[in-house]
Design a protein around this ligand. Structure first.
Ligand SMILES: *Cc1c(COP(=O)(O)O)cnc(C)c1O
Length: 475
């Protein structure tokens, strides 16, 4: 299995070559040359594997199709070490819960930081450590977070050999719980940097440092952002696990609704569907920041300026452009890298939008690729949280609530609809209080974390300052 770029570079790299890389050299994103096809026999076998041997073994089966430069025994060990009941809270790892009338929730948020990002990041931590050890190399991970990504990355990389993490976050902007999660980590290899500014300032700093190629090379700077192919691949596995739990035989189809921001999560669903998993619809749920919903409704992809990106009560979906969306467009346009380059490299940079409404491929988004979309607003979110609690005694977080709201609008009789749960409510306590007047339950291991000592360095949004800090503390 070789990987190519969405902007036309066909040179073809192996998995471990792109594992530690961000964008492809031509500015595109990596995708496999072709999606491995899963026939009915394989699907039946995997159903039994998940049932009898567990999630880690299912992950190994799926990853094996995409990774040919890690030996089978090693890859199996990496999967077994990653997906344990101890880390993810249950033997199923991603248990399904039934709400009503074929509407299901797939629990993806019982990992170390209580958001679905752990599903991929925990694997990434182990893959990074494996590959860096094999190369005798080191990596200083530089990132920017508004909440979930930073903590997931830090919990995945803490204590890992050959890895340091420098995570910037906007001072005072994360929820108290999220701050406590990150800043209470005392591991030597984790550095929290609170920036005087907003999330975009943090992201600009990361970009400025990464664009200094000499600095980047000299100090072995890397990233763990959502365009990393290994993260996406890890997420493909739980679409299969969700499908096996909701169905009894492979003749049945299911749909998924996915609360979306950067299009990473739902893009993994697209990959699973392209492999042959019987998915009827992939429903993209957005909040007030509806870049993606607008595209699937109109064919116009119009990125927003930072000033037009709303701060909402489902903050992890507050994005102005969906960094993984390019992968889907590449497939939609028949893998025409030149066209993708002109859309994403040129049109977006020049005028901030492109329009595919007149392109024959746009008709295919639903018919051929199964995509639909919908949008959920603050009042929808609150009403859905309240309703789900009152009728099912279940607390769902604001992002998952956006998913449930949109899923209901797209349900079809007789077709199971699985909503991916993207975080636990305790991460967003203020909105939960607003929805029904009290704090959500807190897993025992997080009791009192706000009172723990904090390890964080405050810094101005200044490129020179952050470079100096990295130079002093890097590997
Ligand atoms: C990251 C995140 C999302 C968005 O996921 P994408 O892969 O960026 O589409 C949604 N909800 C929560 C809670 C998240 O942390």
């Amino acid at each position: 299995m070789k990987y190519i770029s969405t902007r036309g570079d066909q040179s073809g790299k192996h998995f471990c070559e792109i594992l530690l890389e961000g964008l492809a050299p031509d500015g595109g994103l990596y995708l496999p040359q072709a999606y491995p096809q899963v026939d009915g026999d394989t699907l039946s076998r995997w159903r039994a594997v998940y049932r009898d041997q567990g999630y880690a073994e299912l992950a190994f089966e799926i990853l094996s199709l995409y990774i040919d430069d890690i030996g089978a025994a090693d890859l199996r060990e990496i999967c077994q070490k990653t997906y344990t009941a101890k880390v993810f809270g249950s033997d199923e790892i991603v248990p399904l819960r039934h709400l009503e009338n074929g509407l299901w929730l797939e629990a993806l948020s019982n990992g170390p930081t209580l958001a679905f990002k752990d599903m991929a990041m925990q694997l990434l931590g182990n893959l990074f450590e494996y590959e860096l050890t094999r190369r005798g190399a080191q990596l200083n991970i530089l990132g920017a977070t508004s909440g979930d990504t930073g903590s997931a990355a830090e919990y995945a990389m803490r204590g890992k050999k050959g890895i340091r993490v420098f995570m910037t976050s906007p001072l005072g902007r994360m929820s108290p719980f999220q701050q406590a999660q990150m800043f209470s980590l005392m591991d030597e290899n984790i550095h929290n940097i609170a920036i005087d500014g907003v999330f975009d300032d943090c992201q600009d700093l990361v970009k400025a440092v990464s664009n200094d190629l000499e600095f980047k090379r000299k100090y072995k700077i890397g990233t763990v952002n959502s365009i990393n192919w290994a993260r996406l691949l890890a997420q493909v596995v739980y679409y299969f696990a969700g499908y096996f739990q909701a169905t009894e035989s492979n003749t049945q189809k299911v749909s998924f609704t996915v609360p979306s921001g950067n299009f990473g999560n739902v893009c993994a669903g697209h990959v699973a569907r392209m492999m042959g998993l019987p998915i009827a619809r992939l429903v993209v749920a957005t909040n007030e920041n509806d870049v993606l919903d607008e595209f699937f409704r109109t064919g116009v992809y119009r990125v927003r300026a930072s000033a037009d990106t709303h701060e909402t009560s489902s903050p992890s979906m507050d994005i102005s452009k969906a960094s993984n969306f390019e992968r889907f467009v590449f497939d939609l346009l028949g893998r025409d890298g030149a066209r993708v380059r002109s859309l994403f490299g040129d049109a977006l940079a020049r005028v901030g939008e492109f329009d595919l409404s007149a392109h024959p491929a746009f008709n295919q988004t639903t018919r051929r690729y199964g995509f639909e979309s919908g949008k959920s607003m603050h009042s929808d979110r609150l009403a859905t949280i309240k309703d789900t609690f009152e009728r099912f005694g279940m607390m769902i977080d604001p992002h998952t609530a956006d998913g449930v709201k949109v899923a209901r609008e797209h349900q079809r009789p007789g077709l199971p609809m699985i909503v991916l749960e993207t975080a636990l409510p305790i991460k967003f306590a203020a909105t939960m209080v607003e929805a029904f007047g009290r704090e959500p339950e807190r897993p025992a291991r997080f009791k009192g974390i706000e009172a723990l000592p904090k390890r964080v360095t405050r810094m101005a949004a200044d490129v020179a300052a952050i470079k100096a800090y990295i130079t002093e503390h890097c590997l």
